[in-house]
Design a protein around this ligand. Structure first.
Ligand code: G3I
Length: 368
């Protein structure tokens, strides 16, 4: 991985956010009897899902939780280039195959994340000439999309096109695809996927836009401009994804973001909240207090953004804290981390947390 992963640590710096508590009074927080989030969301016209991957697919408790609460399964890592083709010409389809088998057996839809992402490229690509990189890019898309055509309802053809702090022209995120092809790698990926899988929805996904942090403020106009150009040029694009990793030390204006999201709807695009979670690193130590503040963040954000009719999906980046990527981030920073991230609607024991109620309440508010 390139500097993107390191830069994400910067997300955690900053001042603490404040937030009032939130709980549904009288709701016991055990998993038994809880209505499925996917069912509640469906009544609001939202397809709700979460991620499954190598780390958690073998856990029967997670599978049970997943089965109850989701309608959509998203590949957290398995459809990324470096996971699918770790060595040149050597493909590993085993995890994707497993995820799709699970989806079929359990009646879930499936979405492929981050097919092309400049931050995810294997070392073997380094130093190759541009023409060869282009050939590898085309061949990889051809091979992967042909294998799975008709099985994913959507492909996130390109993830995170922008990262202006890297200083590249146009604010584009740097990496092998951008270095070899410039911004043309984006329509190239979309057109190529569309030519192979004729039924899938095609998505471009972006980070930070939902925040007022300087990275969010910089990404917003760039990403909107890209979507406009793609549509104007007749490039196949059906939806945009906003990752929605909400960072407790950053500032947000959910209503301003709501207006921004509506602009994509006005151009006929669907909008997906594609990697939702709440980073709690700067929130108070006490788990109960922290959980309520996290829940409040879910509720405020979702209530504002779900008011936009173009929003059609909500995906949390994992369902249970035990498998959150923020845990890995914490461990990377300190192998001795006593305080574990609690960013998701279910805890380590797959019990529901106040964030579950917050999500349910936001979905129900959209129905009203
Ligand atoms: O599976 C291997 C394991 O066998 C090995 O022992 C271990 C040693 O490092 O690595 C494991 O792979 C890790 C993988 O997650 C599975 O846990 C990779 O090192 C690690 O880099 C990878 O991180 C993923 C990260 O993207 C980079 O690809 C996270 O799981 C994943 O949640 C995260 O997701 C991204 C989205 O794709 C894009 N938006 C931001 C989001 C968070 O960074």
């Amino acid at each position: 991985m390139t500097g993107g992963t390191l830069s994400r640590r910067d997300m955690l710096r900053g001042s603490a956010a404040s937030g009032a508590g939130l709980l549904w009074p009288g709701v016991a927080h055990s998993e038994g009897g809880a209505a499925g989030l996917g069912d509640i969301a469906a009544k609001a016209g939202i397809l709700f899902g979460s991620t499954m991957d190598k780390a958690n697919e073998a856990d029967p408790a997670y599978a049970k939780l997943f089965d109850r609460h989701t309608k959509l399964i998203v590949t957290e890592n398995a459809t990324k280039f470096s996971f699918l083709q770790p060595h040149q010409g050597v493909y590993d389809f085993s995890v994707v195959d497993g995820v799709l088998d699970y989806a079929k057996a359990h009646g879930k839809k499936a979405h492929a994340a981050a097919l092309i992402w400049n931050d995810d490229a294997p070392n073997w690509l380094k130093g190759r000439p541009g023409r060869e990189i282009e050939r590898i890019f085309d061949a990889h898309i051809e091979r992967v999309v042909s294998r799975y055509a008709g099985r994913f309802i959507s492909w996130e053809a390109v993830n995170e096109p922008f990262f202006p702090v890297q200083g590249k022209p146009g604010g584009y995120r740097d990496g092998p695809w951008f270095a070899a092809m410039g911004p043309s790698y984006i329509p190239r990926a979309l057109r190529r996927v569309a030519s192979i899988d004729k039924s899938a929805r095609l998505v471009v996904n972006e980070a930070f836009c939902e925040s007022n942090h300087e990275w969010g403020r910089a990404n917003r106009p760039l990403f909107k401009g890209l979507a406009d150009r793609l549509l104007d040029d007749g490039v196949p694009l059906h939806a945009v994804g906003f990752q929605s990793h909400l960072i407790s030390s950053w500032s947000y204006d959910d209503h301003a973001f709501q207006a921004y999201v509506a602009e994509f709807g006005a151009r006929g695009l669907d909008v997906y909240l594609s990697e939702l979670d709440v980073n709690d690193e700067v929130l108070p130590e006490d788990n109960a207090v922290r959980d309520k503040m996290v829940a409040r963040r879910y509720q405020d954000y979702l209530t504002a953004v779900l008011a936009v009719p173009a929003v059609k999906r909500v995906v949390t980046w994992g369902l249970a804290d035990r498998y959150s990527w923020w845990r890995y981030m914490t461990w990377e920073k300190s192998t001795n981390a006593a305080r574990l991230a609690r960013p998701l609607p279910f805890d380590d024991d797959m019990k529901r947390k106040p964030a579950y109620d917050a999500m349910a309440r936001a979905f129900e508010a959209r129905r009203a």
